[in-house]
Structures are given as structure tokens and as C-alpha cells.
Write a protein that binds this ligand. Structure first.
Ligand code: ADP
Length: 797
């Protein structure tokens, strides 16, 4: 029976037809038959790239047509803007779209006027905590990649968020989109939803294993791809796909590897394969693209990526800047880039099909496991699902690699023939419950222990478990923790045990902090505020500027008498009072950066070999700056953790000391995207620390000022003296330094300065200089007829 586009909301069928959607795919048709247009809840468990998004769109559009409002929950922040752009094509039907990103502490009031809101589960969680008024108006919620409830870090948030949305709004239509998993029926059960489960794909997929001289496919067919001794299996497979003439076009490949470094080296190597197959015109276009990539940021990663792209090859991983990522994704879809070597982040959601997918690494290093661990079947299936570009390829090919017959057999058993694992809730773990129990109480979803447990009964965990006591036991442990730390008050008199969030508990919940992060931060700040750190202060010595810094001021220890910009204090011992009851340990940016880096809300950098020695040394050199106790070297795990946080804090300190991005990337073995990520997280945590310090009694007002300054230095990536200048739009850290060296030290100076000096310091860039002058509030920013001052440009180099 032909699937039909009639019966869709008015006009939608025609619009889809204009896009080339002639009829619904079978799983889409099944979803319609299950009532998704009529507000019925649905779980759609179908393979990657088989049109799940359209199912969600149909549900949202019909709900909106009935006067409702829809929420689309994405698994990754990077996907939010992509989905928004996709949904904006419905604006001609008067459907408005808003994406909610940004700080975790606002209620996103403006979103009330939008018909479709796109956000991550963390963002939705925080919007609920902050009492977003439009949450009550939702009629349809979509959860994309719902199988990620299985993820131990992020799954519980999605789980609890869906439970809350459904509790607030009992009639809510829930549409959950999932990869094919082992137990989609359980998810449907949990969400009281209809189930559409299917293996159907718009384009045929052949999965196989390459071993020896051929790929052996699951349908019994073979494709000869000889690999001579000394040749590289992956390179031969990429070359073979490109040389295939079927469909008139050589086929592109997507190569999945297990680490960023491997993605980069693979891209370099495969560039040799792709470059020999480029046309002259492609070469020119790739050179232009490479220039654009170099323009995004001034780092080795950027340079390496551009070099590979000139050869028609690229790498893709979470360490890339988002501009880099989208340039690569677009050029790959345009068939200009012939091969992308990627870590699995790409497989999760970004629509980048390739003729051939090569799963080069099927094992990955796992810290908790303590070695190389095979990937989940679900993950490998999602990678394989990226094979085959509808309308371009006759079929898609997914290939795993084996070096011997045994491995070939293992790969068939483990991945080709296997079903994906069942999804399992990770909610009943302390870290997850710590934060969600507090938020559930603070936002009024439960006022008693019984109420809390009955709320938790609406989760996937409760649907799945046969150990009823476990959730209650972990919940009680967590309640004890929250009580001891002053976030929750319990009233044990009377029948039901009453629960209420304290003032600070409310603040922690709204700030979206893990309660353990809040406790750590408060403990650290309190060591500054009370007198118990006298000894540390008495031992304090002047700390020399670190090797990277030329300016000793930035790292100077501050005492109670420390005031901003007080140069005399920076010479340390000379002016330090000998003793005194109001002595406190120095609050330095490093101390604050370390404090936030060791909270569970920061992913610390890994310690590599040699790091332990290096950072142990730093730990002793800078001992006086840490807030709170330093664990003993003999407490192995705790100490390692402490050092990892120190490494992270040093990265942040380098950034705030104006060390080049490039140099930081090299020193810590990270990409520019990681630097941005660490800085953003630390900024957020310091902002939260500032609020906590202000809200809690017994923390000194000076500390609040120091926290704010440490945060501002991260925000702009500059030393203290540049904060004012760097705050002017379009200035940035490098230009601020050049202006400062030319004698322009503040926003006010910019308004008064000799224009020739300004222009010289900005290396003669007239348009930039005019914009900066305007942003600084200069009445007449025009630079007509002004020549850059040559002495200033000399000073700037
Ligand atoms: P999924 O979310 O399942 O991974 P997508 O929703 O991204 O897959 O769909 C993959 C591609 O298929 C998209 O480019 C989409 O436009 C296209 N598509 C979806 N439904 C149809 C259809 N019925 N006919 C033709 N193309 C479709």
C-alpha cells in the first residue's frame, strides 16, 4: 500500500513534496498509523538516517496546529542550532523556533513566545529548576537519541527531566526517538507510548569484515580489495571506494578511530590516497577551504586540519572548534572532502552519510576498565548506519578490519550478527541522585520522603528494576549527604518524613551545580574566611611568576590588605605583616581555578606519563595558594585526582596569563575546542562560586571580589591590567596587549588617544580600529586620513 502524504497538517504534505519527500518512509507511515498526528505518545526505534526527525516534526506540527507548544530535546549542544535551522523551514506555516543555550541559571522567559523550543536535557532540567513559566504550556516533547538514558553521566538527567515534564503535564505527548536497541519495548512501557520498531533503511546496507584480500559481506558476497604486504588496509579501502565508478561518482569514506590523535594521523596518511584523485578544480576549492580553516583559529590543530583538507582528507573530533566542525561537515556532504577520519562523536547525530564506513578501531582505551575495551554493539551499529547516501549510492558499505581469521570471526559474532544491547537506567547511583534529589525537592516535586520515592517511581529505573529497595537505599544515603551539608532540612517528627530545601539548597539547585561541587567550593572559600589557615599564611612565600609569564603581578599572593592593583604588595615578604589574627591564605587565581577544577562538575585533564612528577613539584611550589587541605602523596587516588585538577588549573592560569592558545594546546596536549570548554566550565563555576560566597554567611566580601576578578580574567584571557580594555567589544586579548604596550591602558584612554597610535597598535587595520573606537564610545571614530604611528607599530611587534 503506498504511503500517503494526505492526512498531514494542512500544507505540510505539499511542502514536503517540494523538498523531494514524495511519500512517507514505512516507519514514518507506521508512526502516523500509531496516532502520532493525534497526540499519541510514541517510541520510534529505527536505524540511523531512516527519517526519525520527520516523525518528530509531524508530531510537533500537528500539536502546534491544535494550539500547543513543543519541546525538542537534543543530546548534544552542538546539535541544537542544527536542529533549529532544520525546523525554521516551517516558519512559512507561522511556526516559530527558539533555541535555548547559554547560562544554566536563567528561566528563558523569552521562549514563551516560541512554538518549538530546542534544548539539551541539561538545559531543560535547569529551566524547570528556575521555574520557566512556559513549561506548563507544553503539549509535545521530543526526546532525540533517547537510548542515551543508558549513559551514566548524562542519562539520569534525561530520565528525570522526562519524568518531571510528564508529571507537570499529564496529557503531554512524548515522542522518543531511538536507535535500534535490545529493549525498545521497555522504553515504550516507561513512557506509556506506542512502539514503532523497524530495521527498515532508505538505502541498503552491506556490513562486512575486511581480511586478507577481500571484504566478506553479511549477505555472503565478497569484494576484492587486495592489500599487499606493507600496505595499509584502511588506505586501500578508501582508495577502492573512490575508484568505484558505480553511480557515476567515486565514493567517499568515513573512517572511525578511537582517539583524537589517531583521527589526526589517519587524516594525514589518508591525504596521500585522496590527493592523487583530485581534479584541478577540486584542488582550488580545497585550497580556499583550507584558508578558511586557518582563519578560524591560530593553532596547530587548525593548521594540521587545513593541511589535510588541501589533500581532500579531514579529521573530525570533539576537540575541534565548532566553526571547524561545520566547515568539514558541509564540505564532506558537498563531496569536496573525500574522506573524514573521526572519533565516534560524529556518529551521534550529525547527518554525514558516506559511501563507505570503515570502523578501523573497535576497541578504545577505558580508564575505569583499565585497558582497551571493545565498543558497544549499539555504537558500532550507529557508525555503520552512516553508510550510504540516499540518491547518490546504490547501497552503503560498512567495513570492520581484521588481521587474522579468528578476529574476522569474532567481529562477525560480536558486531555484524549481534543485536544492540538493551538500554539500562543508570539513575540509582549516588552522583546522579545527589543532584536530582535536591532539585526534585527544591522545585517542589516532593515534600516528603514518600513523595520523593513515588516521584522516582516514574523513572525508567523503576520500570526496569526488580530490586525495589535499592533506589530507596541510595536515596536515603543521598538525603543524609544533603542534610549534613546544609542543603536539605528533614522533619522526622510526625508521620511522613518532611523534606525541604534550605536557602542555600535552593541556590545550588538553581545554579545547576552538583551539590558536591557546591560543598567543595563552600569548604574551600570558608578556609579563607575563618582563621584556621594562619599557619599556611605564615609560611607563605612570594611565588615567582611562572615560566610563561613576564608580569610578576599576576601571580602575586594577596593578603587581607591586598587591594586590586596595589603594586607594593607584590614584592611579598617585605610588606607582609609578621603576624596577626586576621591573616589569611592568599587568594590567587590559581587557588580558585584549582578549587573549581576539582569539583565533579569539571572534567579534569588526564595525567600523562611524567605529569605526576611535574605537577607534584608545582604542588609544593605553590602550596600556599590551594584552598582547603592538600591530600597526602600516600593517598594515591586522591592525590592523583588533585594533581589532575592542578594540571587543569594550570591550563586556566596560562589562559588568564595571556599564553598563546597554540602554546597551551601543545603544553597540555589538547585542542582549541578543549581550551574553550575548560574555560567556559570554569567561568560558569566561578560565577556560581560568587553567588554562593555572597549568599552564605561567614565568607569575606573581599573573596567575592577576588572570585569575580579571577573569572573575568578567564572570560577575556588576560592579566588584570587588561581587564578594562579587553571588555571593549572587538578588542580581545592580543589587541588589548598591543594597545596597552602602546600606552593605551583603558577604555577611557581609547576615547582620548591619538588615533595614529591606536591604528599603529592595531597594525594598520582601519576598519577594526574604527569599530573599536566606536565601541569604546568615541564620538568621532573615523580614521580618514590618519596614518598609523610607526613608533607604536614597532612597539607592538
Ligand atoms: P535519523 O534522524 O533517523 O537519523 P534523518 O531524520 O536525519 O534520520 O533523515 C535522514 C535523511 O532522510 C534526511 O536528509 C531527510 O531529509 C531524509 N528523509 C526523511 N524522510 C524522508 C522521506 N519520507 N522521503 C525522502 N527523504 C526523507
Amino acid at each position: 500500500e503506498p504511503s500517503s502524504l494526505s492526512g498531514l497538517p494542512a500544507g505540510v504534505g505539499e511542502a514536503l513534496e517540494a523538498e523531494g519527500v514524495a511519500e512517507l518512509y514505512p516507519p514514518q507511515q507506521a508512526a502516523v498509523e500509531a496516532g502520532v498526528l493525534d497526540g499519541e505518545s510514541l517510541v520510534a526505534a529505527v536505524p540511523t538516517a531512516s527519517g526519525k526527525t520527520l516523525i518528530a516534526e509531524l508530531a510537533m506540527l500537528s500539536s502546534i496546529q491544535r494550539g500547543g507548544k513543543a519541546l525538542y530535546i537534543v543530546p548534544l549542544r552542538a546539535l541544537a542550532s542544527e536542529k533549529k535551522a532544520e525546523f525554521e523551514r516551517w516558519e512559512e506555516f507561522d511556526v516559530t523556533v527558539g533555541v535555548s543555550t547559554g547560562n544554566y541559571d536563567s528561566d528563558g522567559e523569552w521562549l514563551a513566545s516560541r512554538d518549538i523550543i530546542v534544548a539539551t536535557s541539561e538545559k531543560v532540567d535547569s529551566l524547570i529548576r528556575n521555574g520557566a513559566p512556559w513549561i506548563d504550556d507544553l503539549t509535545c516533547v521530543v526526546s532525540d537519541e533517547v537510548h542515551l538514558v543508558d549513559d551514566s553521566h548524562r542519562g539520569p538527567t534525561l530520565e528525570v527531566t522526562l519524568a518531571k515534564l510528564r508529571k507537570v503535564n499529564p496529557g503531554l505527548q512524548t515522542v522518543a526517538l531511538s536507535a535500534t536497541v535490545g529493549n525498545a519495548d521497555v522504553i515504550a512501557d516507561w513512557l506509556d507510548a506506542e512502539l514503532v520498531e523497524s530495521d527498515w533503511r532508505p538505502i541498503e546496507l552491506h556490513t562486512g569484515v575486511h581480511f586478507g584480500n577481500a571484504i566478506n559481506f553479511d549477505d555472503g558476497s565478497q569484494r576484492e580489495v587486495p592489500v599487499e604486504r606493507g600496505e595499509d588496509q584502511t588506505a586501500e579501502l578508501v582508495g577502492d571506494a573512490l575508484d568505484t565508478e558505480e553511480g557515476g561518482q567515486g565514493g567517499s569514506s568515513l573512517v572511525f578511530v578511537n582517539s583524537r590523535r589517531n583521527a589526526e594521523s589517519s587524516a594525514r596518511k589518508l591525504g596521500e590516497v585522496t590527493s592523487s584523485r583530485l581534479t584541478g578544480e577540486e584542488r582550488d576549492r580545497l585550497r580556499e577551504l583550507a584558508e578558511e580553516i586557518r582563519g578560524v583559529s591560530d593553532t596547530d590543530t587548525s593548521e594540521d586540519l587545513a593541511d589535510a583538507v588541501e589533500q581532500g582528507s579531514a579529521f573530525h573530533h570533539a576537540g575541534l572548534a565548532s566553526e571547524h566542525r561545520s566547515l568539514i561537515e558541509d564540505a564532506f556532504r558537498d563531496r569536496l572532502i573525500k574522506c573524514v577520519s573521526a572519533t565516534p562523536t560524529l556518529a551521534a547525530g550529525v547527518n554525514t552519510p558516506a559511501r563507505r564506513v570503515i570502523v578501523r578501531d573497535w576497541r578504545r582505551y577505558d580508564g575505569e576498565f583499565g585497558g582497551m575495551k571493545p565498543l558497544d554493539v549499539l555504537e558500532v551499529h550507529q557508525m555503520c548506519g552512516r553508510a550510504g547516501r540516499p540518491g547518490l549510492d546504490p547501497y552503503g558499505e560498512a567495513v570492520l578490519l581484521a588481521n587474522d581469521a579468528d578476529t574476522q570471526e569474532e567481529l562477525f559474532e560480536r558486531y555484524v550478527w549481534a543485536e544492540a544491547e538493551p538500554v539500562r537506567s543508570k539513575l540509582a547511583a549516588e552522583p546522579a541522585l545527589r543532584t536530582h534529589v535536591l532539585a526534585t525537592i527544591a522545585s517542589g516535586f516532593a515534600a516528603t520522603r514518600e513523595g520523593l520515592l513515588s516521584f522516582l517511581d516514574n523513572t525508567l529505573y523503576a520500570t526496569q528494576t526488580d530490586d525495589e529497595g535499592r533506589l530507596a537505599a541510595v536515596t536515603d544515603t543521598v538525603l543524609d549527604y544533603l542534610e549534613v551539608n546544609g542543603f536539605v532540612e528533614r522533619d522526622r517528627d510526625g508521620g511522613a518524613e518532611g523534606l525541604a530545601a534550605t536557602g542555600i539548597g535552593h541556590t545550588v539547585s538553581r545554579l545547576y551545580l552538583d551539590p558536591m561541587s557546591a560543598a567543595e567550593i563552600l569548604d574551600g572559600l570558608r578556609t579563607v574566611a575563618d582563621g584556621d589557615a594562619d599557619d599556611a599564611a605564615a609560611d607563605a612565600e612570594f611565588v615567582p611568576a611562572d615560566e610563561a609569564g613576564a608580569d610578576p603581578d599576576a601571580d602575586s599572593p594577596g593578603f587581607t590588605t591586598y587591594t586590586r592593583g596595589d603594586a607594593e604588595e607584590t614584592d611579598g615578604d617585605a610588606d607582609r605583616p609578621d603576624s596577626g589574627n586576621d591573616e589569611r591564605p592568599a587568594v590567587t587565581p590559581l587557588g580558585l581555578y584549582h578549587l573549581v577544577s576539582r569539583t565533579p562538575d569539571t572534567y579534569e585533564l588526564y595525567l600523562k606519563s611524567g605529569d605526576r612528577e611535574e605537577y607534584t613539584e608545582v604542588c609544593y611550589e605553590r602550596e600556599t595558594e590551594f584552598l582547603g587541605d592538600v591530600p597526602s602523596e600516600y593517598e594515591d587516588v586522591r592525590f592523583e585526582d588533585w594533581l589532575a585538577a592542578l594540571k587543569t588549573a594550570r591550563l586556566l592560569e596560562d589562559w588568564a596569563n595571556e599564553v598563546d592558545e597554540d602554546r597551551i594546546a601543545e603544553r597540555y596536549g589538547v585542542g582549541p575546542g578543549d581550551i574553550r570548554g575548560k574555560v567556559d566550565t570554569a567561568e560558569w563555576l566561578l560565577r556560581a562560586a560568587e553567588t554562593l560566597a555572597r549568599d552564605v554567611e561567614g565568607i569575606d566580601g573581599d573573596v567575592v571580589v577576588q572570585v569575580r576578578e579571577a573569572r573575568k580574567r578567564l572570560e577575556y584571557g588576560v592579566r588584570e591590567e587588561l581587564l578594562d580594555l579587553a571588555g571593549v567589544r572587538n578588542v580581545g586579548r592580543k589587541r588589548a596587549r598591543r594597545l596597552y604596550e602602546a600606552g593605551i591602558e583603558s577604555r577611557a584612554d581609547l576615547r582620548e588617544a591619538d588615533k595614529a597610535v591606536v591604528l599603529g597598535a592595531l597594525r594598520g587595520r582601519e576598519r577594526t580600529a574604527e569599530r573599536i573606537l566606536e565601541n569604546a564610545g568615541r564620538e568621532d571614530p573615523s580614521l580618514d586620513g590618519v596614518d598609523p604611528d610607526s613608533s607604536a607599530s614597532a612597539a607592538a611587534t
